[in-house]
Design a protein around this ligand. Structure first.
Ligand code: LLP
Length: 454
């Protein structure tokens, strides 16, 4: 856990650079006449109406993100949305309507896709520990592709699929041993990571697949990590996969697909990250030259900056010489800062952005009037790691005011828990000035239901 003395950035970026050519992609949150708003709906109003903590998503931003991604990776590329980033059924339906495929990692996520869209024909199924039940469930669908992660799993799949009328398309997930230079907890494609099979084992996988009944080799898969802030590791990963594609072809197989995984980065603290086109330039040419089609599994870059967490300040404390804001949201609602030391922009919903004299709507007062002082922001959970920020430059904030934690659309609600018996927050989707509840706030009854039933 990061100590309170960790030198995280105190200054907050005023605005985020939009990707080149992304004139339509307005940020999910903007400052207007009634404070910070999501697609025109003031967050203070949403907090009053739906309570806090509250996850709030902009449909316009979600749609714009997906469309920009799909434009950088046009068909025959298949862009699968990584359900783990945010599995809300309404968001899955919105993305399916735009043509997205899905990436799932459990029977539960597969079931969500089936519930939301009725078919798995654009769904890839990854996961290092698929149970026999999950594999059976997958085999009973029209799954687009199963990413097989170990020799043991391949044997299991071959057993279960034997005699299947339409052979199950599988992609062998290979560990490309590429360093994505991201947080060690979200690095997946290095040799010591638990994911995929080693390249040296690929020939063994091919031997098992030779003449298989009910399974066919459709492609290869690698996922190097998440929040990958350079396009270069993708080119390295694809290069390694192509060596194996050639080996497969020499052995008489005809893989058509390369699944390059996910991991495109968000500029959480305003830093430069590659544009979708930069990732495309690293990935597409080599594959297209080999006549291969690309699958992507993208979560964060689709939903991350489309959502935020609205939380109310309960108390201001002065431990030692520090300024501490205690909020009603905690690590139970948004785990990323406590788990990875992740940095999220935080700002009071009623205050204009610092260092800018007017809002996008031209209505803000000069921000300079209210000096910024460093504050820690912590949740109510009985854990010393339950902090959202340390020494963050913030204006004065009164108890009762709300804060917005930006860029919490991905791995926010999906990693929320009921720790300390806090019911999980509500989720709303704002569409064209209208807010729609897409998950009701949990109640105490939700917390105890499964215990009372036994
Ligand atoms: N494909 C596979 C096989 C994955 O394991 C993941 C993410 C993705 C695709 C999607 O990656 P994305 O495009 O969202 O980066 N909880 C962490 C992130 C964990 C990512 C797990 N796997 C966080 O909050 O940063």
């Amino acid at each position: 856990m990061p100590s309170p003395m960790t030198p995280y950035p105190r200054r907050q970026p005023v605005s985020f650079a939009l990707e080149p050519g992304a004139a339509d992609a307005r940020p999910a949150f903007a400052f207007g006449p009634e404070g910070w708003a999501c697609d025109g709906v003031p967050l203070a109003e949403l907090a009053r109406r739906f309570g806090t903590p509250l996850y709030c998503y902009s449909r316009a931003r979600l749609v714009a993100n997906y469309r920009r991604l799909a434009a950088a990776f046009p068909a025959p590329c298949v862009v699968c949305y990584s359900v783990k980033a945010n599995p809300n059924l309404t968001l899955l339906r919105e993305l399916a309507a735009l043509g997205a495929g899905f990436d799932v990692v459990s029977a539960g996520e597969l079931e969500r896709v089936l519930r939301a869209v009725g078919s798995a024909s654009r769904t890839v199924f990854a996961g290092v520990g698929k149970t026999p039940e999950a594999l059976r469930a997958a085999l009973a669908t029209d799954l687009f592709m199963l990413n097989v992660e170990s020799i043991g799993e391949l044997r299991q799949v071959l057993d279960l699929a034997r005699g299947r009328g339409l052979p199950l398309p599988v992609a062998v997930r290979v560990n490309p041993d590429v360093d994505p230079h991201t947080h060690r907890f979200i690095t997946t494609g290095k040799r010591e990571n638990k994911f995929g099979i080693e390249r040296a084992q690929f020939s063994e996988a091919l031997e098992l697949l030779r003449g298989a009944d009910g399974v066919r080799l459709a492609g290869l898969h690698a996922h190097i990590g998440s929040q990958v802030e350079s396009a270069r590791p993708y080119a390295e990963s694809v290069e390694r996969l192509l060596e194996l594609v050639r080996a497969a072809r020499e052995a008489g197989f005809a893989p058509e697909w390369v699944n390059a995984g996910g991991g495109f980065a968000l500029p959480y603290d305003g830093r430069d990250v590659p544009a979708f086109e930069d990732y495309a330039a690293a990935l597409r040419p080599a594959l297209e030259a080999e006549g291969l089609k690309l699958v992507l599994e993208i979560g964060r870059a689709i939903v991350g900056d489309a959502g935020g967490l609205v939380t109310r300040v309960l108390y201001e404390k002065r431990p030692g010489d520090r300024r501490l804001l205690v909020t009603d949201a905690g690590m139970n609602d948004l785990l990323r800062p406590a788990l990875y030391g992740a940095w999220h922009r935080i700002w009071p919903v009623g205050r204009p952005p610092a260092e800018s004299s007017t809002s996008a709507a031209g209505a803000a007062e000069p921000a300079g009037a209210d000096p910024l002082t460093p504050a820690d922001v912590a949740g109510p959970i009985c854990e010393s790691s339950d902090y959202f920020a340390f020494e963050r430059d913030l204006p004065s904030v009164e108890p009762g005011e709300c804060l917005l934690i930006f860029d919490a659309g991905a791995y926010g609600m999906s990693m929320a828990s009921q720790y300390n018996s806090h019911p999980r927050p509500a989720e709303v989707l704002v569409d064209d000035g209208e807010a729609r509840l897409i998950r009701r706030r949990e109640t105490f009854e939700d917390l105890v239901e499964a215990e009372e039933e036994v």
